[in-house]
Write a protein that binds this ligand. Structure first.
Ligand code: IVH
Length: 702
């Protein structure tokens, strides 16, 4: 780093700030991190070290001083009575000795005075503050940015580990405390008084086994698959609808406290015992030590036990035991001086890359998967590793036969971090330019890293997703043809392309013989299909699943061309691309996608076949007159029951316009979880804000 000039450092800091902010958003708002905590820590460290080296480049809002991201979801915000802090990280024994040395110096302790420290696992979950008043749970909040979190009280009430009432809880009862004792004094299981105000802080998490089972259920139901237990826990807790949280197996482990009307004890260790006495779960592995060697011994023991623990941990947390010392030590911007997280190193191993297979995702994305000579990494055998995309293979210079170093950081899926035989002569790996599943051309659009199959309607890897889209609510809206049924019919070989849907009646007799199908359900399904023989042309065009063509664009195109056939003619004509790009609301990106789609041989065949079965109606542009006619609506955040395009289509059906940004002209904002600056703008401008559920009512009543 000292080699950097100040200008270079300023540049690097700017990039780091952007990068860290992006990862903050992915982690805190979307619960979908792209990098491991260890990789994130590396970025924050680099940022801090640069700022230390070039103090005049340090900014007040530096990412190394920030603590998480301010909440942006649709959940109500709550200010914490006392800030929820984070912890400094350390990775080596030496850093632990430095930490204890700093504590000693700060407190001016004599050399022979022991510094007792507690040590406990660092759970990989999300921190949560539980406020009890007179023994009753009154508020639960996520950490948010440390100062303001999200109100998750209703959600937390569904977590079995968390007592609603400290003294009536089954745990407390089983230890001999009866409800009658609440009446006069608030006594815990040891017979000592419970403070009137008691904020318990700890980690909401999901066990490894529950996480695996949840993902299986999600997959079966076509729901979101979570990357790891932490994301699953965060996604499950930060729900607007507490019944979703209730269906998720969340757990809680206390590790500290916030506001307290009176002290719990004189030491961290004893205070935690009292919290356990209130009926809250506390880590079994919490211990207190007087020497650094013993502390590090416990670290080693926890690391050893790691693979067998029921939950993911990413390190060990040390805290100065004496609370009067904690008080004196205080905190620096982000973290207390009395605590430290001793993180586990990323686990690494070396092996050989034996093959690179290409998987075609449901949206046509080609993902290279490295097949490895199986190798153990931190107790887990690893044989496959994602190589992400074509650029990543180039970056690492990977070829089949190379020795590679792989890494498993925390709970994150294994990654190749280094090619150890880059310099050896070997044949280059050529990324395929055709889809391995359907043989269609595979291309990366300009400026995009992902290579995609252009096979669209016919690529088997994309088939189910495409068919789902074709019958979805914004497209043909065929009732009774859900994912499960589509999968069943695809597996039976009855469905290849959308046209086959209209030939399903040929299988009526066979279908009647299948489990779960009765005469009524079969006839209802076939009738629902027949009802869509003359579909609305915009829904039909949208249903083809052409990239970038949502409902609004579909209408813009039809307004100009009148029919899908005419559009196709234009797209395959000589000056097709320019003609399309000139259409109001259509730009070069959409034009190119249309040209690609209509030129694809498989798509042409599938479309001909489909047009043989159905006859889209002529396009009519007028929308119905409602109180929303002429109004402007903005959708923001995650919509849970429909796609963004469907939402826009609904707005248009009411005669309203769906806009992309909030201004004084906005009449309504529909905000889902994760809504950010648009929601804030709307609040500031006093624009009416509704949830997705309220929007559904508006649509139903209009
Ligand atoms: S103490 C003021 N103890 O790790 C100290 N935190 O990286 C606050 N965490 O925000 C935290 N296990 O969400 C503490 N045994 C433990 C922990 C723990 C997990 C989380 C917590 C904290 C983050 C800091």
């Amino acid at each position: 780093m000292p080699e950097l000039s100040e200008a270079e450092a300023a540049n690097r800091l700017m990039r780091l700030a952007k990068e860290i902010a992006r990862h903050d958003r992915l982690y805190h708002d979307r619960d979908e991190p792209e990098i491991s905590d260890a990789q994130y820590d590396v970025l924050v460290r680099e940022n801090r070290e640069l700022e230390e080296h070039f103090p005049n480049l340090a900014r007040a809002d530096s990412p190394s001083k920030r603590l998480g991201a301010a909440p942006t979801s649709a959940l109500a915000k709550v200010a914490h009575a006392r800030p929820m802090l984070s912890l400094e990280n350390a990775f080596s024994d030496e850093e632990i000795r430095d930490f204890v040395g700093r504590v000693r110096r700060f407190l001016s302790l004599p050399a022979d005075e022991p510094v007792a420290l507690t040590a406990e696992p660092k759970i990989d979950g999300l921190s949560c503050s539980l406020r009890y008043e007179n023994g009753e749970l009154v508020l639960a909040a996520t950490r948010g940015d440390g100062g303001v979190g999200e109100d998750v009280t209703a959600n937390v009430r569904t977590i079995g580990d968390i007592p609603q009432s400290l003294l009536r809880s089954p745990r407390a009862k089983s230890r001999g405390v009866g409800a009658e004792e609440r009446v006069s004094t608030l006594l815990d299981t040891n017979g000592s008084e419970v403070p009137r105000i008691l904020e318990i802080r700890g980690e909401v998490y999901m066990s490894k086994a529950d996480f695996a089972a949840l993902n299986e259920r999600q997959e079966a139901a076509g729901g979101k698959i979570f990357a790891n237990p932490r994301n699953a826990a965060a996604g499950s807790l930060r729900q607007k609808d507490a019944s979703v949280t209730a269906a998720r197996p969340l757990r809680f482990l206390a590790h500290g406290w916030g506001e307290m009307s009176e002290p719990l004890a004189a030491t961290q260790f004893d205070a935690m015992q009292r919290i356990a006495g209130f009926g809250l779960p506390v880590a079994d592995l919490l211990r207190r030590f007087e020497t650094i060697d013993d502390l590090l011994g416990h670290y080693a023991a926890i690391e050893h036990a790691r693979a067998d623990l029921p939950f993911d941990i990413d390190g060990v947390v040390y805290k100065v035991d004496r609370l009067d010392w904690q008080e004196r030590l205080g905190q620096v911007a982000r973290a207390p001086r009395w605590g430290l997280a001793h993180k586990f190193p990323a686990e690494k191993a070396e092996t050989t890359l034996e093959a690179i297979d290409i998987q075609v995702g449901r949206t046509g994305k080609l993902t290279p998967v490295g097949r490895l000579k199986p190798v153990g990494v931190g107790g887990v055998m690893v044989a496959n590793v994602t190589l992400h995309n074509r650029d990543e293979i180039v970056r690492l210079g990977l070829r089949i036969g190379d020795r590679v170093r792989i890494q498993r950081a925390g709970d994150v899926i294994p990654q190749v971090v280094e090619n150890l035989t880059r310099d050896e002569a070997r044949a280059d790996y050529l990324f395929p330019d055709h889809c391995p599943d359907c043989g269609s051309e595979a291309i990366a659009e300009e400026g995009e890293v992902d290579v995609r199959c252009t096979g669209g309607l016919v690529c088997p890897a994309q088939r189910i997703e495409r068919l789902k889209h074709f019958v979805s609510r914004g497209a043909l809206d065929i009732e009774g043809l859900g994912e499960k049924t589509i999968v069943e019919f695809v597996e039976l070989g009855w469905l290849h392309s959308p046209a086959d849907i209209f030939r399903l009646k040929q299988h009526r007799a066979e279908l009647l013989g299948r489990e779960g199908w009765k005469e009524k359900s079969v006839d209802n399904l076939l009738a629902a299909i027949e009802a869509k023989r003359e579909p609305n042309p915009a829904r039909f065009l949208f249903g083809l699943g052409i990239r970038h063509v949502g409902t609004v664009t579909a209408k813009d195109l039809l307004r100009c061309f009148g029919t899908v056939q005419a559009l196709r003619k234009a797209a395959t004509g000589e000056s097709g691309q320019a003609e399309l790009a000139g259409v109001e609301g259509v730009g070069p990106v959409v034009a190119e996608a249309l040209v690609d789609f209509f030129h694809g041989e498989h798509n042409r065949e599938a479309l001909d076949d489909l047009l043989f079965e159905v006859r889209p109606q002529p396009f009519q542009s007028q929308a119905k007159q409602t109180e929303w006619t002429g109004k402007t609506i903005v959708f923001t955040g995650t919509l849970e029951t429909m796609s963004r395009d469907e939402a826009k289509a609904q707005a248009e059906r009411l005669g309203a316009r769906a806009a992309g940004s909030v201004s004084v002209k906005t009449d309504l904002v529909v905000a889902g979880p994760g809504a950010g600056s648009k929601l804030k703008n709307a609040e500031e401008l006093g624009v009416r804000i509704v949830s997705e559920q309220e929007w559904a009512l508006i649509v139903a009543e209009a």
